[in-house]
Design a protein around this ligand. Structure first.
Ligand SMILES: NC(=O)c1ccc[n+]([C@@H]2O[C@H](COP(=O)([O-])OP(=O)(O)OC[C@H]3O[C@@H](n4cnc5c(N)ncnc54)[C@H](O)[C@@H]3O)[C@@H](O)[C@H]2O)c1
Length: 201
């Protein structure tokens, strides 16, 4: 992976998978804006990005907030002078439960972060990507979006691959924006990222 000169915004960067992605991006040469609801976790990822040789920005943001997503995208663009990549990996610890056990507030919060967060972050970064005539937006999916999981209806609804919804993929924001073939990262790759993040070396 070659990302020299590129700049990325990663939501949920304080968590396991996105922290590993942030460090991998930094090792590949990218500057990384590390966005998370948890300030300490975002700051720690930014520290690891810097240690890996990348420029880093630590940002506290609730991805369910329109104003906050706009602010972090603009701040990242201001800091790095560009914004080439968005990775949306923020996710709440969703409570498991049957339909009868799940409250509307819990259901709504999962959708607000996982689904609406993807929309808001995309809307926040797209003006910069369109102006630069390029960019990549990555939503992290889960096999649970395909196979389902008892008691996790809200999560499974949000975690199908966007590519499973042809109407979404078929319409890039501008005619000049192509839709690149999906890279399906297998469970092995995901585990490898987690393993690298946990590994002392
Ligand atoms: N762990 C897995 O096995 C697995 C499998 C497939 C897909 N995924 C997806 O990968 C992503 C990362 O998973 P993980 O296991 O590393 O998660 P994690 O729980 O370690 O990290 C999630 C991060 O999101 C942050 N967050 C929560 N609410 C937020 C909000 N409103 N705004 C901004 N940040 C917020 C949390 O503080 C946390 O740091 C998630 O989207 C998850 O659905 C995970």
């Amino acid at each position: 992976m070659q990302l020299a000169g590129k700049a990325a915004l990663i939501s949920g960067a304080g968590g396991g998978i996105c922290r590993a992605i942030a460090v991998a991006f930094a090792e590949a040469g990218a500057a990384v804006a590390c966005c998370d609801l948890n300030p300490e976790a975002a700051a720690e990822t930014a520290r690891l990005v810097t240690a890996a040789g990348g420029r880093a920005l630590s940002q506290v943001c609730d991805v369910a907030s329109e104003a906050a997503t706009r602010d972090v995208a603009n701040a990242a663009h201001d800091a790095f002078g560009r914004l080439d990549i968005l990775v949306h990996g923020a996710a709440p610890h969703d409570p498991s439960g049957t339909v009868l056990e799940t409250t509307l507030a819990d259901w709504q919060r999962v959708l607000d972060i996982n689904l609406t967060g993807a929309f808001l972050l995309s809307r926040a970064v797209l003006p910069h990507m369109i102006a630069a005539e390029g960019g990549s937006i990555i939503f992290i999916a889960s096999q649970l979006g395909r196979v389902g999981s008892a008691g996790r209806a809200a999560y499974c609804l949000c975690r199908g691959e966007p590519g499973d919804r042809p109407q979404t993929r078929a319409r890039p924001p501008r005619p000049a924006f192509g839709d690149r073939p999906r890279r399906r990262l297998s469970g092995e790759r995901g585990c490898e990222l987690c393993h690298r993040q946990r590994s002392p070396d």
